[in-house]
Design a protein around this ligand. Structure first.
Ligand code: UDP
Ligand code: MN
Length: 310
């Protein structure tokens, strides 16, 4: 007898954060540009999940209908209220904020900083994986290429992240590196074969403008709940005297060094950052080594408000 296996339809979930937005602001423009860009560049049907506050919701709705009108394509999207999201991840925010926030602000603006770590609690249980994107991105190539990266995940990986392309973690680890021999914070093309380490060529840390998340694995991971506990975060930050200000990506960077099995490094072409701030702030000599990206560029990231050349 013949058996037919029902093939599960793959979902292509994109999460965006769109809060504290003013009409005609830069962020409003970036948001509409990105959605328009994604719709046009994608060979697969995308589902958008957008985290909003009540004011930004009206703006988002207007802009999305504008995209529908301009492209004549259907747009599948769902909104999530930021305060409800904040409640669901409050414990994570409490643990992380002392170490990875520069100036703890309001309750929910802090939560946004760490949302990627708790998004598995916000997303419907049926959602197995998703990609969280900043709004300041431009896709030069099909977004499906990014989803395809999930297929390359090692079995233990929960998140997929591209490297940070500035020396910010070299800077943060400066004192630690004076006393300890480590490749942590070094640029990754740097050969340092004398060190027996998980990142023998240096580790620049991660950038969280593009985050691939395996919700299915996260929800059942025993490891993850331990890793985000107060004592775990205390121990990791204490070890490196780590005081960051970039939220979730600071935590991912520590994980990348201490628990590299949990993170899949995707190449820099999937998050080609353009911010050159550190070049003019003490690191002119080495900035170029961090900034270099020789992979084919799929995603451009105009971080620190850098204009994206298109
Ligand atoms: N964001 C937001 N409201 C804000 C600021 C930021 O919703 O007032 C979201 C938005 O999705 C943005 C992301 O947070 O893309 C990260 O901020 P940004 O990209 O400006 O940071 P950068 O990449 O420059 O560090
Ligand atoms: Mn960004």
């Amino acid at each position: 007898t013949k058996t037919t296996t029902a093939t599960q339809k793959q979902e292509f979930n994109i999460w965006l954060i769109f809060t504290k937005v003013k009409k005609k602001s830069l962020l409003a423009k970036k948001f509409v540009n990105l959605v328009y860009n994604l719709i046009n560049v994608s060979s697969v049907p995308l589902t958008f999940h957008i985290i909003i506050d009540e004011k930004s919701k009206l703006l988002a709705e207007n802009q999305l209908s504008e995209v529908v009108y301009k492209t004549n394509k259907t747009l599948i999207y769902k909104f999530y209220n930021v305060q409800e999201c904040a409640l669901k991840i409050a414990d994570i925010v409490d643990v992380m904020t002392p170490y990875f926030s520069s100036k703890p602000g309001t309750y929910y603006s802090d939560a946004l900083f760490y949302i990627s770590l708790g998004l598995y609690r916000v997303a419907p249980v049926s959602q197995k994986k998703a990609i969280l994107l900043d709004c300041d991105l431009y896709f030069a190539e099909d977004v499906k290429l990014l989803f395809d990266e999930f297929n390359r995940f090692k079995s233990t990986a929960l998140f997929g992240l591209a490297p940070e392309l500035s020396p910010v973690y070299f800077h943060i680890l400066h004192m630690y590196k004076k006393k300890h021999k480590t490749t942590f914070g070094d640029f990754y093309q740097q050969h340092n074969t004398s060190l027996d380490n998980v990142h023998p060529r240096g580790f620049q840390g991660y950038n969280s403008g593009v985050v691939l998340i395996n919700f299915e694995k996260l929800r059942t991971s025993k490891m993850f709940s331990k890793i985000i506990s107060k004592s775990s975060v205390f121990n990791m930050t204490e070890k490196y005297k780590f005081k960051g200000h970039l939220g979730d990506q600071d935590f991912y960077t520590l994980l990348g060094f201490e628990h590299s099995e949990l993170i899949q490094t995707i190449n820099c072409g999937f998050n080609r950052q353009l911010c050159t701030w550190w070049q003019n702030h003490g690191y002119q000599d080495i900035f170029g080594f961090y900034f270099k990206c020789e992979h084919p560029i799929v995603v451009l990231h105009g971080n620190c408000n850098t204009k994206i050349p298109t």
